[in-house]
Design a protein around this ligand. Structure first.
Ligand SMILES: Nc1ncnc2c1ncn2[C@@H]1O[C@H](COP(=O)(O)OP(=O)(O)O)[C@@H](O)[C@H]1O
Ligand SMILES: [Mg+2]
Length: 488
């Protein structure tokens, strides 16, 4: 996976952002719920404590403390409800305390006493051994003043349990346990759900980004397919009004400008080579007539001969340029026919035998079996001529050239190998370029302009063929042309 790719970075950003938001929301939800639950439990306990104070404690001076304790026990049954209730008098005396709850979750005797003070309501959380938490809400209460008859009564019975003006504290508590268990479950669900959500977000993000970038892939693919041979083709434009539409429109405009420039230069080469052919032919004819003129002395004849040589060289270059411009214009397809490439290679090699003999170069051919292909015979002959010509030209005397034509894996393969001077590796990628010569000084005298291999390449391209070269300096070169076989 490419970590610097736009899709990867987008997915990482998007996943981190959404996961971050989820974590934040989860934390807020968890703590919010915890706060709400504790508040609710506290309110309920507080309400109960106040209820005890308002209904039972308010009349304690008439009913007596023992009666109140009894009432609490019967009305609230704290043991059965797993609740804690304690009634304490200002002097610290505990009037009533609930027993251990039926589930035995805490021991009420161990819960520190709260002394009733003049302060108002209070609440506290008590952490019990075993990890449980008891939430206790308390109400400090002073029963209202006694009636005068009761005051008299109390004065008459000083031993009575209810002292006048006594302050009481009612504490009501409940375990936070069930809520804590629920919060724990919620935490577990959030903790497990989050990675799952992150995976779904990342997967969804990946698909979304892939979809969003699909037009870019299409544009890239279309751009790859546009070459000098189909430069009039344009890229698909999705009418979405977005950046991608602008990009494809801009690229199409750029291709149109390049196509224009390219067509202009092709037209220029075609026109120039065409215009130069006639004057050169005339010049050649005139010079030939001059060469036969008896009035010329020996020096004059020599000069005319050298001029004829140069004109012939020029004419050859112009012919090559003209051939290239016609290939560029796509004229190679007009005269296609099936024929035997092996036979063509054999006869061409025979014709060029004289040239090789001059340098005592032996040409051996391995092209006995017919290899049928379809194409322009004259132009493919040019390919063999150019490759063999180069092999002869760039192989020193007494060298050897091997020519072979075979059908391999559904392809016709033509090979021209020599044991000549070879091509340096840095020049190999350029040998098919127009006017490229490895060593211009070396080939200038042999009358070459560096167009032979570009013609080979153009003809091959027109035939849907590939041409490649392997070469080692001072050991030799091998040119290989791979053509589709003829299928009837
Ligand atoms: N068989 C070969 N052996 C060595 N060098 C070669 C061979 N064929 C081509 N080259 C090199 O590639 C260059 C380009 O070849 P080509 O296009 O035919 O031009 P040229 O007109 O110079 O032959 C040549 O100048 C030569 O340096
Ligand atoms: Mg050549």
């Amino acid at each position: 996976m490419n970590v610097r790719s736009i899709s990867f970075r987008l997915v990482v950003w998007y996943t981190s952002l959404l996961t971050g938001i989820f974590i934040l929301l989860g934390v807020l939800f968890y703590f919010g719920l915890q706060h709400f639950v504790e508040n609710d439990v506290q309110q309920t306990q507080m309400h109960r404590a106040r209820q005890i104070a308002d209904t039972l404690l308010a009349r304690i001076q008439q009913t007596g403390e023992a009666y109140v304790a009894d009432e609490i026990k019967t009305l609230y049954a704290p043991e059965i409800n797993d609740r804690f209730i304690r009634l304490t008098r200002a002097d610290g005396r505990v009037i009533y305390v609930s027993g251990a709850p039926t589930d035995g979750s805490f021991n009420p005797g161990e819960i520190a006493a709260a002394t009733p003070g003049p302060g108002s309501d209070f609440s506290r959380q008590i952490h019990l051994p075993g990890g449980k938490t008891l939430l206790v809400a308390g109400v400090n209460f002073q029963p209202p003043n006694q009636t005068s008859s009761q005051q008299t009564l109390s004065r008459q019975t000083p031993n009575q349990q209810t002292p006048s003006q006594a302050r009481y504290c009612v504490e009501v508590g409940a375990l936070l346990d069930p809520f804590e268990a629920m919060l724990d479950r919620l935490f577990l669900q959030l903790a497990l759900g989050l990675p799952l959500a992150a995976v779904i977000i990342a997967g969804g993000g990946w698909l979304l980004v892939r979809r969003a970038l699909q037009p870019v892939a299409q544009i890239t693919h279309a751009a790859e397919l546009i070459t000098q041979h189909n430069s009039s083709e344009r890229m698909p434009v999705a009418r979405t009004g977005d950046e991608l539409e602008k990009l494809s429109v801009s690229l199409n405009r750029m291709i149109a400008r390049l196509d224009d420039a390219f067509q202009n230069s092709k037209r220029f080469v075609a026109d120039a080579s065409h215009e130069l052919r006639t004057p050169l032919t005339i010049l050649h004819g005139e010079l030939e007539m001059l060469a036969e003129d008896a009035r010329l002395d020996a020096e004059g004849h020599e000069r005319v001969a050298s001029m004829l040589e140069e004109v012939a060289r020029l004419a050859k270059i112009v012919e090559q340029l003209f051939a290239l411009s016609r290939l560029d214009a796509g004229e190679a397809q007009t005269e296609w026919q099936p024929f035997d490439l092996a036979e063509l290679a054999r006869t061409t090699a025979e014709h060029m035998g004289l040239l090789a003999e001059d340098k005592h170069i032996a040409i051996s051919s391995d092209a006995s079996r017919p290899v049928l292909i379809e194409g322009d015979r004259a132009r493919l002959k040019q390919v063999v001529v150019n490759l063999l010509g180069n092999a002869i030209k760039y192989t020193p005397e007494n060298g050897a050239i091997q020519l072979s034509v075979n059908a391999v894996n559904g392809h016709a393969v033509l090979e021209v190998a020599d044991n000549g001077i070879g091509i340096p590796s840095e020049a190999l990628p350029h040998v098919f370029d127009r006017f490229f010569r490895v060593d211009s000084a070396r080939s200038a005298d042999s009358g070459s302009a560096g167009l032979g291999l570009s013609i080979v390449k153009s003809i091959c391209t027109a035939h849907g063929a590939e041409v490649e070269v392997e070469s080692t300096v001072r050991q030799g070169s091998c040119f290989r042309v791979k053509l589709p076989l003829f299928k009837n």
